[in-house]
Design a protein around this ligand. Structure first.
Ligand SMILES: [Zn+2]
Ligand SMILES: [Zn+2]
Length: 262
């Protein structure tokens, strides 16, 4: 079982940090949470088998989280040598199915009928399970405080008798909902958008991430989704602020390509 941070950036163009994208592997089950622009290229660069992804789960409509969704479907349909047979599940926020229908009216019927089975699900349809061999994965959506439709995801991965719980915030502000999303996770992947001095509604700061992680009793923390004001603090200061509340457990300040074996 492995977590790979594909994109640790935001809407801000940055050669080192792509927009939000997070890859979870459990046996040969693959789930991609969010896919901002450039995610497909990053997946290829990281050697991840994007033609075999089982599920794409998007957290909200913002383009730094969803922009590569149609490029993925288009690539699965038209890449020479790729002949997708197994179903692909697209999971999203409430209203996601309607969004895809509207996109199909603009771009063509292939959006909903790409030439392989497509299963479209929305957050109230969760939890959803995938099982293959001795590997099993369950994903559950929870509302977070950001845009009206925004959700985060809790993923349970089980393989060879071992089970781990992961939580991914998508974009969220400090809230009871964020703590509930992260509750008792072995690994929390949390946005850490802006410096505490520049706190804005809908996003977390380093001190806020630390408080959420501590209140939720998570085992390990990875921070991601850094805007320039957070990066300007420097990694030592970001970690110092997180550690004011989250004292125990490893902390990784995310970079693109970070891999954690679970
Ligand atoms: Zn974002
Ligand atoms: Zn957002």
């Amino acid at each position: 079982m492995r977590y790979t941070l594909v994109g640790s950036g935001t809407v801000v163009p940055d050669a080192r940090r792509g927009p939000a994208a997070h890859h979870f592997a459990c046996g040969d089950i693959q789930v991609l949470c969010d896919l901002g622009s450039g995610t497909l290229r990053r997946l290829d660069g990281l050697g991840l088998a994007w033609p075999e992804i089982d599920m794409v789960a998007v957290t909200h409509r913002h383009q730094d989280h969803i922009a590569d969704l149609l490029p993925l479907l288009f690539a699965l349909r038209h890449t020479p040598g790729v002949e997708r047979v197994r179903p692909l599940t697209l999971l999203g926020y409430e209203g996601f199915a309607r969004d895809l229908t509207l996109l199909s009216e603009v771009y063509g019927a292939w959006v909903l009928a790409p030439g392989f089975p497509l299963e479209i699900r929305e957050s109230p349809d969760t939890p959803i399970e995938i099982e293959r061999g001795d590997a099993w994965l369950e994903i559950e959506a929870r509302r977070v405080v950001h845009s009206p439709e925004a959700v985060g995801y809790r993923l349970t991965l089980s393989s060879s008798g071992k089970e781990v719980l992961l939580a991914y915030t998508g974009d969220t502000e400090e809230s009871d909902a964020a703590v509930d999303l992260a509750r008792d996770a072995d690994l929390l992947v949390s946005e850490c958008s802006v410096a505490d001095e520049d706190r804005v509604p809908g996003h977390l700061t380093p001190r806020g991430v630390g408080r959420v992680a501590a209140a939720a009793s998570v085992g390990r923390l990875v921070t991601t989704h850094f805007y320039p004001s957070a990066l300007a603090l420097g990694s030592e200061e970001i970690e110092r602020r997180i550690r004011e509340a989250f004292v125990e457990g490893p902390v990784d300040l995310g970079v693109d390509g970070l891999c954690i074996d679970l």
